[in-house]
Design a protein around this ligand. Structure first.
Ligand code: GSH
Length: 217
């Protein structure tokens, strides 16, 4: 199977790249420079008409949306243990629910903090304050879920990586992450995970080749 990940260093494609690294599969990577709006170019829109990263080409067919790609990779590479599984249908769907929470609730709230000007032609400070409030409510939930444990208990999952990425970028946008020591401790544990380390190295190599500086690591 031929896999190509369309990504940008520091973007949410970091979660997908970490999943590919955890799977131990060979894949191509293709940097899409969202700083220069390459994601909106005609060439990239032919790849992903939504104009976003990540996108994953699977034997030339395109898959979009982080949550969907992560579920796909989990099914394709079960030995990687990206998500937990259960015979109980309600428990089985919980990881999908968490991935969608990350992409549809946490990601927009984080983005309001990090890039409030993208949401309004008016006062970005009001958008940012609103994002801070929304993210704080969710951070309380995250902190409780990762306090001395991984999100699903004893073993890390790709949801831990997603939560780490979201909190890390929110912090860079000014969110007071140090008010949540359990999240800080979780971040230190995530940073020591070999698949994340490999993904960060691969992102760094791509950023260096493209001359991109100031990426959030
Ligand atoms: N719903 C999409 C959102 C993807 C997304 O917002 N990606 C960002 C990078 S983190 C992006 O491509 N931004 C460029 C833009 O919005 O123009 C997903 O979860 O995969």
């Amino acid at each position: 199977m031929d896999l190509t990940l369309f990504y940008f260093p520091g973007a949410c494609s970091r979660v997908t790249m970490t999943a590919l690294e955890a799977a131990g599969v060979a894949y191509h990577d293709r940097l899409v420079n969202i700083r220069t709006d390459e994601q909106k170019s005609a060439d990239y829109r032919r790849v992903n008409p939504k104009g976003k990263v990540p996108a994953l080409a699977v034997d030339g067919r395109i898959m979009t949306e982080n949550a969907a790609i992560l579920v796909f990779l989990d099914r394709l590479f079960p030995a990687a243990g990206l998500l937990p599984h259960s015979d109980d249908p309600v428990a089985e769907i919980a990881p999908l629910s968490d991935l969608l929470w990350c992409s549809s609730t946490l990601h927009p709230a984080m983005r309001q903090i990090r890039a409030p000007d993208k949401f309004t032609t008016g006062d970005p400070a009001a958008v940012k304050a609103d994002g801070m409030g929304k993210f704080a409510a969710e951070a309380t939930r995250i902190a409780a879920g990762v306090d001395g444990r991984w999100w699903y208990g004893e073993r890390w999952s790709i949801v831990d990586i997603y939560l780490f990425w979201l909190c890390n970028v929110a912090e860079k946008g000014g969110f007071p992450l140090h008010d949540y020591p359990a999240i800080i401790d979780h971040a230190a544990r995530v940073r020591a995970l070999p698949p994340l380390i490999r993904a960060l190295d691969r992102e760094r190599a791509g950023a260096d080749r493209a001359g991109i500086e100031g990426t959030i690591y």
